[in-house]
Ligand binder design. Structure first.
Ligand code: ADP
Ligand code: MG
Length: 722
């Protein structure tokens, strides 16, 4: 299937277990770590177990986390609570073990000309004891803490100053990540430097050939120089340059790889060719489109148009904040499909949402000669039979529904496009079922409002076709969001009352308490009673939805709110996805401190969908943690899902963001997609340009890059696979 060897190799790298490796093939670097001077079998075992270092190359990529500059010493007396890590130099006066059992610790006093500081160890005491010598001068590095107003360093790094320096040339000595077990075997952060030093005695520039094409080098350090300087920098400035170069390399190579995979998918996948834009699209666009498209909508529809015209299968993820108008994109794409003689389906995660989409589409297409059907679990038998037949003989053009659409019994004459709304509720397996519905797989458009930060999307979804709608239709009033403590509930209720008296509707949302469904339920019931006492029947009508209800009951209650029969909807997060009730203008989120940022944002997106000013009130306990209050403040400050997602990423780190795939693309050794985002964007742009111009990497300039990528596969050390 894949003719070009480079692609075979590229796919080879993605086998599970393969460890990301930014080194090129060079046999010396594949030498087992035990062959390195100073290692031997015992230490080799430890290095493998503790740090996953199997080869010379692995060690080369075990980067120092800091460097010691012996000239930078703080006077002990000047240490203050504002400082974090400090380096001091002094004489060890004495040490002793105090306390019993669990509180047992080793304490020592260090003195310089200005004063004294206490050093303390709670673990590995016996081992530390052996290394301490009274009267000896030490260079000591660690985090300072203050205890009863006195400075203390816990588990500091100690280096006796009389010891011969490890590298005569280097002013800055590297300190490497190590573990307690390794330290106990004489391989602490500094001792590992002896190994890297031995390594650099053995390898040469030949082992680390340049892998960036000249066009990417600019004034970046060469590869060999960068590796030397990141371990043994001549100065802080050189260290910075080395780091910059290697971070760029790492991100650039990853982006090149993602681009090549995407190009290969485009080249080798067969798809329906939507050649033209015809009467369906044009008539609708010119006569029935109820509003001007936003710039973002225009851009995205153009991207879809281009994608579907090429003859390869589109696999596009469309990210757009709540209310950005994704449904219209879906409809326009479906019209293009119809223009080319193809049917389309649109799947929603819930029955309510499917009904809403159906109602919306039929209204918009009222005057168009297009047949739209709704197929869900509750579609009656006769109607179902009619729809199945209509899909088979192509008298139905669009079908909207729930997962009922993907059941095997549903067959199409000519399915050309599948739209999947709110992606994360549809599994991969379900999507695969779509493939079986026609000989050539339909184009797929997945739409999601779960905001994923751009930087993350670039790395996690870099091989997909990906569109963002980062613009809301004009005239939307931003939702006013406030944070209130539960103590002011009464005034919050009064406010909700005035809104309802104006004819609007309100949501009250309660959190799902993860540890206990029972607790959640009790919470919700209590909340329901409370809301009822403020809004007594018969003047007010309340519906309630929660996870314990049967689907039909849930749908009915929901529907009563959607139709305006009830003014208040009390529920758990089941109301999170997609519903559109433009008349609802207030969202009260109870125990808001228990929600994550992206969930709060999703919930808030249920209001602000009409022309009225909408409000979101975040109620929290006065005891909410500082971090939770920070989250609530971000919500009050911003309405932009992407800004919020970025903050969420900063707070929680990339591993936890909803909607991201478990992707090797996120495991970088040096790069950090948050801090290095500027470099990431540059690497992405450069990689895309390069791959577009030279998709086979056959130009002489790109030979180094190609050679490097080809060599990757053989870099998987067999020891790691066992
Ligand atoms: P979402 O992206 O959250 O699925 P919808 O597609 O439900 O958003 O759109 C939200 C609302 O905005 C709908 O009422 C829709 O008709 C309206 N809308 C969509 N695009 C535009 C536009 N370009 N101008 C004005 N209103 C629009
Ligand atoms: Mg939607």
């Amino acid at each position: 299937m894949h003719q070009d060897p480079i692609f075979c190799h590229l796919f080879g790298i993605f086998v599970p277990n393969s460890k990301k490796n930014i080194l090129s093939q060079a046999s010396l670097l594949q030498s087992p770590i035990e062959y390195l001077k100073g290692v031997g079998p015992l230490r080799a075992d430890m290095l493998k177990k503790e740090l996953n270092l199997y080869t010379f190359g692995d060690l080369l990529q075990h980067f120092p986390h800091r460097h010691i500059d012996k000239s930078q010493v703080t006077a002990i007396a000047s240490i203050n609570p504002q400082q974090d890590f400090v380096q001091v130099k002094g004489v060890l006066l004495g040490f002793s073990i105090i306390g019993e059992k669990r509180s047992k610790r080793l304490v020592a006093q260090l003195q310089d000309n200005s004063g004294q500081i206490e050093l303390a160890w709670f673990q590995g005491i016996n081992w530390v004891l052996k290394t301490l010598q009274e009267g000896q001068t030490y260079l000591v590095y660690g985090r300072v803490s203050f205890f009863n107003g006195r400075a203390q360093m816990v588990h500091p790094e100690m280096e006796p100053l009389a010891a011969p320096t490890m590298s005569q040339k280097s002013v800055l000595e590297p300190v490497y990540p190590s573990t307690e077990k390794l330290k106990a075997r004489g391989l602490n952060g500094r001792q590992i430097a002896k190994l890297t030093q031995a390594l650099f005695m053995q390898i040469s520039e030949r082992d680390l050939p340049e892998n960036l094409p000249v066009s990417q080098l600019n004034n970046r350090l060469g590869r060999w120089e960068a590796y030397r300087q990141i371990h043994f920098p001549h100065s802080q400035a050189m260290y910075k340059k080395a780091l910059e170069r290697l971070v760029f390399e790492e991100l650039f190579i990853a982006q090149v790889r993602l681009n090549l995979i995407k190009i290969d998918r485009h080249k080798n996948s067969r798809g329906h060719r939507f050649e033209k834009v015809g009467a369906y699209f044009n008539d609708f666009y010119n006569q029935y489109l109820p509003f001007e498209l936003t710039g973002a909508q225009k851009r995205v529809i153009k991207e879809i148009r281009q994608d579907t015209a090429r003859g390869f299968q589109m696999n596009r993820l469309l990210q757009g904040d709540v209310g950005s108008g994704k449904t219209m994109i879906a409809l326009l794409a479906m019209l293009i499909a119809a223009d080319n003689g193809y049917q389309s389906c649109m799947m929603a995660p819930t029955e309510i949402l499917a009904q809403q989409h159906y109602a919306g589409l039929t209204a918009l297409l009222k005057e168009m000669p297009l047949e739209v059907a709704l197929l869900t679990g509750s579609t009656k038998t006769a109607e179902r039979r009619r729809i199945l037949q209509g899909l088979l003989d192509d008298t139905i053009h669009f079908v909207v529904g729930t997962h009922a659409i993907i059941e095997d019994i549903v067959q199409f004459k000519n399915l050309g496009l599948a739209v999947i709304d709110e992606q994360h509720r549809f599994g991969v397996a379900q999507r695969a079922q779509l493939w079986k519905k026609s000989a050539v797989p339909p184009h797929v458009l997945v739409m999601t409002a779960t905001p994923i930060p751009r930087t993350l999307a670039m790395t996690a979804f870099g091989d997909l076709d990906y569109s963002v709608m980062d613009e809301l239709p004009p005239g939307r009033q931003p939702i006013k969001t406030v944070h209130r403590y539960e103590t002011s509930r009464a005034s919050v209720m009064d406010f909700v009352k005035t809104e309802i008296q104006k004819g609007r509707q309100a949501y009250f949302v309660y959190p799902l308490i993860e540890e206990s469904e029972k607790l959640s339920f009790e919470d919700l019931m209590q909340g329901y009673e409370q809301v009822k006492s403020f809004f007594p029947e018969p003047s007010y009508k309340i519906s309630m939805v929660h996870g314990k209800q049967k689907n039909i009951e849930k749908e009915t209650n929901m529907q009563r709110f959607v139709s305006g029969d009830t003014q208040i909807l009390v529920g758990t997060t089941v109301i999170e996805v997609g519903v559109n009730v433009p008349n609802a203008s207030v969202m009260v989120i109870e125990s808001a401190e228990k929600f994550g940022l992206s969930q709060l944002h999703q919930l808030r997106g249920r209001v602000g969908r009409g022309s009225e000013q909408s409000y979101c009130i975040l109620l929290s306990s006065v005891k909410a943690s500082k971090e939770a209050r920070e989250r609530l403040k971000i919500m009050c400050d911003s309405n932009d899902g992407f800004v919020i997602a970025e903050k969420d990423l900063e707070i929680r780190g990339p591993g936890d963001i909803d909607g991201t795939r478990q992707s090797g693309a996120l495991n970088f050794k040096l790069a950090n997609i948050i801090n290095d985002r500027t470099t990431l964007i540059e690497a992405k742009d450069q990689a895309a340009k390069l791959c577009e111009q030279d998709p086979n990497l056959s130009s002489p300039e790109n030979a180094v890059l190609k050679a490097y990528l080809m060599a990757q596969k053989t870099k998987i050390g067999w020891g790691k696979i066992a």
